[in-house]
Design a protein around this ligand. Structure first.
Ligand code: SF4
Length: 125
């Protein structure tokens, strides 16, 4: 039996998932269908967003980045290794693709802030 807390909404239902091998036998504790889908995804194919910071030559602050959507959880370590090897040139705009199709996942790594040529963020950030 695996215990999970559903993150589908602020209610945070406690889920009990009966797993046998790679099969789910039952899911209890969910108030709605989203909870059971969450439990299935989390047990059978867990995914996570990845966020990180990349040092940028010429900038006092690093560039914050994230994957556009979640990637398979087992690829997070490899993804972070790739991110550590990236070098970025200024300027960068929020939403710029920093690395396309990371690890063949079909998911892009994108910038989550502007970094202008000067390496200093604008006042609105
Ligand atoms: S099971 Fe439904 S009601 Fe419960 S936390 Fe998940 S989304 Fe919210």
């Amino acid at each position: 039996m695996k215990e999970l807390i559903c993150i589908g909404c602020p209610m945070g239902c406690q889920l009990q998932v009966d797993v046998e091998g790679d099969k789910i036998r039952s899911i209890r504790g969910n108030v709605c269908a989203r909870g059971s889908q969450y439990a299935r995804d989390e047990i059978l194919q867990p995914r996570r967003m990845v966020t990180s910071l990349i040092p940028v030559a010429g900038s006092r602050i690093p560039l914050s980045v994230r994957t556009r959507t979640s990637i398979p959880k087992h690829l997070i370590g490899e993804c972070l290794k790739h991110i550590r090897q990236i070098s970025v040139s200024l300027p960068v705009r929020t939403g710029d693709v920093i690395l396309a199709n990371i690890l063949g996942t079909g998911v892009d790594l994108i910038a989550t802030r502007d970094l202008p040529e000067s390496g200093l963020p604008s006042a609105r950030q």
